[in-house]
Design a protein around this ligand. Structure first.
Ligand SMILES: NC(=O)c1ccc[n+]([C@@H]2O[C@H](COP(=O)([O-])OP(=O)(O)OC[C@H]3O[C@@H](n4cnc5c(N)ncnc54)[C@H](O)[C@@H]3O)[C@@H](O)[C@H]2O)c1
Length: 359
């Protein structure tokens, strides 16, 4: 039977719990804090497929020595605007945050910054790094690759990752543009969550191992994901593998390690392109023009079945406002997982209440 989401945690409590668990697992205070903030930000934005629900699995990998808890992150400059970072098999969250920081620094000086990364791991919600650039007023494009989960268009066997592309641009009074999308109809995390909660999935999300459509989340986990728009989603997944894998020196073409199935480093790659808008016009003018674009999108009359027209990133922004006030809702299975982790790691448990915090 499907479990009901009904336990609420204060985001700051979730972050404290997550950081404590990661420090116990060997990460430095700084790296644990960075990773905890990425995971909780995903939960706050409603991307709870990529939040604390994955913590136990990440800790399992670092405890087994499959992820390096204390990576030495070295940057090698290629040109003034381009650099490469070797992730030293650290957690993707830590590696990608550092790489984005470097790309922002170069963009701030030269107008554009481009940093490629190899020897990394799964970096979670791609919007995390777009938000990092937005906080500095920058436009950004983020690429990652991931383990094979999807056939190339027309194929039966998996080869491509469901690697999310993310992009962001700052505005003034409107919610900033944040596109964060997997090239599959949905992210695999949504199937994993449905399986964890005992729920079925809509037809069209995934295929069984023989290539037939399925509504059974567990069957889908053994099968493959369906690409958005057939050859178009498949083509975007290949672009992600070029920008994050072929170009960076990381694994590519089906060779990224599967963090759920394989006991080896993943060698995920990422790349980050950051653009400073005030190279072309003042930052104020750019932001005002972005506001105009968002307002024109909002001004379009809704089609039948829609109440309003939203800008990309707006649904998550709205949910984050609600969750900051009400707390992050977790399901029974997640509550149980946090309790087990607290016991195993010997850390204080996460405080959860059965009603929204402001009710
Ligand atoms: N690291 C990895 O390997 C990996 C792999 C897959 C997915 N993910 C993550 O999973 C998350 C979910 O991915 P997804 O593809 O299922 O995202 P999604 O389908 O929920 O959203 C995709 C985009 O559409 C926008 N959107 C949604 N509804 C909208 C509306 N009504 N109006 C305007 N815009 C709207 C969202 O703001 C978002 O930018 C992402 O954060 C992604 O980074 C990570």
């Amino acid at each position: 039977m499907a479990s009901t989401v009904r336990y609420y945690a204060k985001p700051s409590d979730a972050e404290t719990f997550c950081k404590a668990a990661l420090v116990k697992s060997g990460l430095s205070e700084a790296d644990a804090g960075m990773m905890a903030s990425c995971l909780v930000e995903a939960d706050v934005r409603g991307v709870d497929t990529h939040g604390l629900a994955r913590l136990e699995q990440y800790i399992g990998r670092v405890t087994a020595g499959l992820v390096n808890a204390t990576p030495k992150l070295e940057i090698s400059a290629k040109t003034p605007v381009v650099a490469h970072l070797d992730g030293d098999n650290g957690f993707g969250f830590v590696v990608a945050t550092k790489a984005m920081e470097e790309a922002i620094k170069r963009a701030d000086t030269y107008g554009i910054g481009f940093v490629t990364v190899d020897h990394s791991n799964h970096f979670g919600m791609a919007a995390t790094y777009v938000l990092q650039a937005l906080r500095k007023g920058m436009i950004s494009l983020c690429f990652t690759n991931s383990a094979k989960q999807m056939p190339p268009f027309g194929g039966k066997d998996t080869l491509l990752g469901i690697s999310p592309f993310a992009a962001g641009a700052p505005s003034n009074n409107e919610v900033p543009y944040i596109l964060d999308m997997a090239p599959s109809v949905v992210a695999k995390g949504k199937i994993r969550r449905a399986a964890r909660r005992g729920e079925s999935i809509p037809l069209g999300w995934a295929l069984d191992k023989d290539g037939n459509p399925t509504t059974d989340a567990n069957v889908a986990l053994d099968g493959s994901m369906a690409p958005i728009g057939g050859p178009k989603g498949s083509g975007i997944a290949i672009l992600m593998d070029i920008m994050a894998g072929v170009l960076t020196g990381a694994a590519f073409g089906g060779e990224v390690g599967d963090q759920y199935k394989e006991k080896r480093p993943q060698n995920v790659g990422h790349s980050f392109i950051v653009i400073k808008p005030d190279v072309f016009m003042s930052s104020e003018e750019f932001r005002a023009r972005m506001d105009t674009l968002a307002q024109r999108v909002h001004g379009i009359a809704p089609a039948p079945g829609f109440k309003e027209v939203l800008f990309p990133g707006e649904p998550e922004h709205r949910l984050s406002e609600t969750r900051k006030a009400e707390g992050i809702p977790y399901a029974d299975a997640e509550k149980e997982m946090f309790e087990n982790m607290a016991k195993t790691l010997g850390i204080p448990g996460l405080s959860l209440t059965p009603t929204p915090l402001n009710s």
